[in-house]
Design a protein around this ligand. Structure first.
Ligand code: SF4
Length: 352
């Protein structure tokens, strides 16, 4: 800890107050916020419309970006994976995904994850701690610096960690991302995922915002879900679906259910029928993601035919379904492949 002010822990309004207390006039505070949030400039020397004294103050007293890019990998499909080092030696991976006309950041919210979904690499090194607000926001700054002209259109909270397990910091980071004096990204351009912590879904709905909710469902029965997602033992499907219904009632937002298709685990036509029954009556869509990682030896990718039969069955049962082939799988940046490196893991390279 260096005693500097960690400015990205604050909302833009809080930052203004901090700087005004230091004697900055309001329009200079506004210019500083522009540099950080709009232009993603983190070197005070480049903030040319600030006085030399202000630049010196910023250099000596303020920590702007709280993550350091330790490594970078570029996929054949253009996705970029960054290994972001944190002040205490922990490191998390994040992904920048380029689509024609839009850029998406998949960010991380915890150093590790305590939920232990069996097909996911993110919890294999255990759980260390929550990321601070500033560490979450720093990933947004890092991403803006990577995209041409700093254009970043979508943010998905789907990297390392369970976002709703770090609720307070995630909620504040969402305020900063959507603030007009912050990154000014629309609420509907932000997706928060969860493995199904039912009480936190209710709290998330009670924020009264228009964020997208994405629920990692991955199984249509408690029996299968208990096997692959231990969280289900605490919050079984009945409770989870009740929380989803509450979310829809409060926000009127369609819910996305993520469904990783695992060969001979959850990919039968009967599974598709049970899934359709489970989400019946809930305005939702299903993203089917054929498993494609070699990280967990107990699971295999589904056969092509099984993917088609599964999706056709859902469509016939009037479920909105999309097959999503994860981007960046060649660099270990696809769903469930992002990793966390703690002090005991060798950092400085990116895992696959
Ligand atoms: S899928 Fe999400 S909740 Fe489950 S272990 Fe991975 S990061 Fe944690």
């Amino acid at each position: 800890m260096n005693g500097k002010i960690k400015i990205l822990d604050f909302t833009p309004e809080e930052t203004r107050r901090v700087l005004e207390n230091e004697g900055w006039v309001p329009y200079k505070c506004g210019q500083f916020l522009e540099w950080v949030y709009r232009k993603a400039v983190i070197d005070p020397n480049l903030m040319t419309d600030l006085s030399l004294d202000m630049r010196e103050f910023a250099r000596n007293r303020i920590d702007i970006c709280l993550v350091e890019t330790l490594a970078e990998k570029i996929s054949a499909d253009g996705s970029v994976k960054l290994l972001c080092g944190l002040h205490d030696g922990e490191a998390v991976e994040i992904v920048l995904i380029k689509h024609p006309g839009r850029n998406t950041l998949c960010l991380s919210t915890q150093a590790g994850c305590r939920y232990g979904c069996s097909f996911c690499a993110s919890s294999k090194s255990g759980f260390s701690r929550n990321l601070s607000v500033g560490e979450i926001i720093s990933q947004v700054v890092a991403a803006k610096r990577m995209f041409p002209a700093g254009r970043l259109n979508n943010i998905v909270y789907m990297g390392v960690g369970e976002p709703l397990d770090n609720f307070k910091n995630v909620a504040k980071s969402l305020d900063i991302i959507t603030s007009k004096s912050g990154f000014n990204i629309g609420q509907r351009k932000i997706t928060v995922s969860t493995c199904g912590i039912a009480p936190q879904i209710i709290k998330f709905a009670d924020l009264g915002k228009q964020y997208e909710l994405s629920v990692s469902l991955h199984a249509p029965s408690d029996e299968t879900r208990n096997r692959i997602m231990p969280v289900n033992k605490k919050y079984p499907l009945r409770e989870l679906m009740g929380a989803c219904a509450y979310f829809y009632k409060k926000t009127k937002r369609e819910i996305t259910f993520e469904y990783v298709l695992l060969k001979d685990v959850n990919d039968s036509e009967l599974d598709a029928e049970n899934l359709a029954g489970l989400i019946k009556g809930l305005k939702s869509k299903v993203n089917v993601i054929p498993y494609n990682s070699s990280l967990c030896a107990e699971f295999a990718p589904p056969d092509k035919d099984a993917v088609k039969l599964f999706c056709d069955r859902l469509s016939r049962l009037m479920v909105k379904v999309t097959v999503r082939h994860s981007r960046g799988s060649d660099i270990g940046a696809a769903c469930g492949q992002l990793r966390f490196f703690n002090k005991n893991t060798k950092t400085g390279h990116i895992g696959e």
